[in-house]
Write a protein that binds this ligand. Structure first.
Ligand code: ZN
Ligand code: ZN
Length: 146
């Protein structure tokens, strides 16, 4: 079984597709698909399954990427992925998350509207939006002159 096939099995299984249909699509026998699902805790009814996997991911028991079981370390940060490969694949598919995690986020208060906003990677931002910047910079100056 290739990585691509394994990935496809998990994806389809989580959508509630049956073993036989999955097998037809990925080009493997129903038994191989079923065995793979069994060893990755992907058996059972679709609705229950999706819920279970989601729950297990939230509780840190299942891999965020493939749904496989995770052995949590006794110390240190809890793991979200079963392997380094899954971690890398997941990040590859979520470029937005990469950007946000790399840049620290700061909660700041807008100098124009007073609303709190989150700034990624820049703690010196003064306004929540360009709009507020424009208002503050130009409208205010205008008022001062009157
Ligand atoms: Zn995994
Ligand atoms: Zn604002």
């Amino acid at each position: 079984m290739t990585d691509a096939q394994a990935k496809q099995i998990v994806e389809m299984r989580l959508k509630g597709v049956g073993y036989k249909s999955i097998g037809t699509v990925v080009g493997l026998s129903r038994d191989i698909v079923r065995n793979y699902c069994k060893s990755h805790n992907l058996t059972g009814y679709a609705s229950v399954l999706t819920k279970n996997v989601r729950l297990r991911i939230e509780q840190g028991e299942a891999c965020l990427y493939c749904g496989g079981s995770i052995m949590q370390p006794k110390t240190g940060r809890p793991k979200k992925f079963c392997s380094e490969k899954c971690r890398r694949e997941w990040w590859k598919q979520h470029p937005e998350a990469v950007k946000k995690s790399r840049e620290a986020s700061y909660e700041l208060v807008c100098g124009n509207c007073g609303r709190r906003f989150i700034s990624y990677g820049n703690k010196n931002r003064k306004f929540c939006s360009h709009d507020c910047y424009i208002k503050y910079r130009f409208w205010r100056d205008g008022e001062d002159e009157i």
